[in-house]
Design a binder for this molecule. Sequence first.
Ligand code: PHE
Length: 486
Amino acid sequence: MAERERWSSRVAFVMATVGSAVGLGNLWRFPYICYKNGGGAFLIPYFVALFTAGIPLMILEFSLGHKFQGSAPHSFSCIRKKWEWLGWWALLIGFVITTYYNVVIAWSVDYLFYSIPVSWGDNAKDFFFKKFLQVSSSPLQLGGIRIPILLAALGVWLSIYLIIYKGVERVGKVVLFTVPLPVILLIILIIRGMTLPGAIEGVKFYLTPDFSKLADPKVWLAAYAQIFFSLSLAFGILIAYSSYLPSHHDINNSAFIISLTNCGTSFLAGFAVFPVLGYLAHVKGVPIEKVVASGPGLAFIAYPTALKLLPFAIQFFSFLFFLLLISLGIDSAFSLVEAVVTGVMDKWKLNRHLSTTLVCIPGIIIGILFTTRAGLLWLDIIDDLMTSFGLTSVGLLQCILVGYIYGAEEMRKYANSVSDFPIGKWWNFCVRILTPIILAISIILVLQDRIKSPYGGYPYPALFCGWGIFFSLIVIALWLASRRGR
Ligand code: PHE
């Protein structure tokens, strides 16, 4: 059998995993979640979630990939053949996420061009919804493709293809560039932000602790959800990446380094976001609550509005900001694709070129849906299903599989046998009891919520279609698992 590829160094592996973890979520999700859930006080549940779920699960996934030397489906099937489907399900969910994640990167690419003439002018909101996306009134009205978005999306897919078709060695080189770049850009934007009038107000808003929020279970769930998404857990990415490690690798230590770097970046990102929002509120003379936003609203509306008001070098800072978004997103995107490619390669022993092509082409085709005028609406519907239900379900099942069927103690021993410093029995407790309980509660609560009121007020046919996609992924996963590999 051909020799498995390997990372060229430990740094390459750590950088690639940090690159996957640090993504758009750090910039446009964390600061907002933090502000909404108690400001500085949110750091308590956040760090609890990091140490009780984030790091333990990262160690779990690293051990799986390292021990079984293969993708998620391969590793799960090594534990029990009939669990292989779970690995495929994780990859399929990740795959669907890439199809729209790439479109968001594509928006940023388009905005990179718009930042030179500052095309959004005085009304970033109208520009985004009406001129750029031209959002249709319902998800059922696709309204045709937006060519600038489609072209940028093709560019994004092409870059991903070129980065991964050669193997993880090239990935290791690319991340030496795509991981430090956003950090540098972030620091420049922090300095710019913090020296603006109103900046301090913004930071106060971000971090003033409200300890009463800690009594609210929703705040704790928000912390766990953020940790899961942010560390790229439960998509088979970490399993794939660690399967390319050499036989001696300090798994425990890497998990700590990677998670702490990721969470540190999230915290830092707040200092690039909130001072600028403080400035926006200051110039417009409105209370800051009115300008705080998250998701696309932050990146393509609130932030551009503030950039336009800068005293000098508007184009320069706008350009840097969108470059930041692209550099944050791209390594997360190719890690998702890499996880799927590894799955395909391992199962059918195909070569990397072919596997990459087989994954990228359907990815582009499905992604076209998100480049239509109804793209934003579909993105919202599918994203909610994939992250609120898909990710949590895979995380839960994965804990059960390793915690009970394989045996947490066995896995802990394995991780310790290859690592420099050992992890204690607390790990078993986190994997077997704590994390599964929290994930199960979260699934039940969100489900209750969705039954009470349809998500986002979208029409039922569209929501059912979303659920249809969700369940068909399970069917496809079962089918893939039943195929005989080579
Ligand atoms: N961790 C990435 C972020 O914070 C998101 C992501 C999730 C990327 C899953 C890939 C896979 O943006």
